[in-house]
Design a protein around this ligand. Structure first.
Ligand code: APR
Length: 239
């Protein structure tokens, strides 16, 4: 096989890339936040007030995740790695569909549904595929919680994501409403001159995206748009 192209491609994904796998997005009309109140299930205050409700919410989502599969968009991104040496997926999604498709470098800005962690010792993180119950404890005897970033919490991997994006030769955004900060600010760290793409049937650019000089918007579902972008990138950087 010929040598891979020595370029860094950074792909930033949101709930839209998993929509065609059967996972709801958050802010579409039938989305998760139309059925649940954020303040009741996805904040530290919710956890203190009614942890059972929070656990029920994430347990339902974990069960659903275990029943769905990656789609053509996740696989098209895996295909990028055949051509480029340095491909990074930065996802806001807590699902593991990028990994299951085969992507090698995936950074989860908002945590991972199939992991839990200690409420007292955050470095104690465990793989978890069952329902999580009150009374399930870490090895040091403290209640476990979902390994997700709730509203109002810090996004610990943001600096790492920003650094990856700063060094990108191309930046691709897929299936996100760019409504939730600080994740939505990621485009700010991309060089203004590099080729950039935004695949979303209902694209909502923010000012961080608008400053990119070579932004191409593909108003298409991920399963159509991502493979078009992958082909363009191969053409563009072909030695
Ligand atoms: N293909 C691509 N994009 C799609 C598709 C599809 N088939 N279907 C819907 N979309 C787009 C919508 O147009 C929308 O712009 O996906 C986007 C989903 O936006 P949100 O529901 O806001 O999801 P996201 O941007 O990932 O949310 C960010 O908000 O609640 C938090 O922590 C949660 O990580 C999440 C964050």
């Amino acid at each position: 096989m010929s040598a891979k192209i020595a370029r860094r491609i950074v792909v930033f994904t949101g709930a839209g890339i998993s929509a065609e796998s059967g996972l709801s997005t958050f802010r579409d009309p039938e989305g998760i936040w139309a059925r649940y109140r954020i303040e009741e299930v996805a904040t530290p205050e919710a956890w203190h007030r009614n942890p059972q409700l929070v656990l029920d919410f994430y347990n339902a989502r974990r069960r659903q995740l275990l029943q769905v599969m990656p789609n053509a968009a996740h696989y098209a991104l895996v295909g990028l790695e055949e051509f480029f040496e340095d491909v990074h997926i930065i996802t806001q999604n807590v699902d593991d569909l990028h990994e299951r498709a085969g992507s090698m470098r995936v950074l989860h800005l908002h945590g991972e549904l199939r992991k839990v962690r200690s409420t007292r010792y955050p470095e104690l993180v465990y793989p978890w595929d069952d329902d999580l119950h009150l009374g399930d404890c870490c090895e040091r005897g403290h209640q476990l919680r979902p390994h997700v970033v709730w509203f109002g919490e810090e996004v610990p991997l943001l600096p790492q994501a920003a650094e990856l994006t700063r060094q990108a030769d191309a930046f691709v955004v897929v299936g996100t409403s760019l409504a939730v900060y600080p994740a939505a600010s990621l485009a700010y760290y991309a060089s203004q001159e590099i080729p950039c793409y935004y695949v979303d049937p209902n694209p909502q650019t923010n000012w961080e995206m608008q400053r990119l000089k070579n932004l191409k918007i593909l108003a298409k579902p991920a399963t159509e748009g991502v493979s078009i972008v992958v082909e363009e990138l191969k053409r563009l950087f072909h030695p």
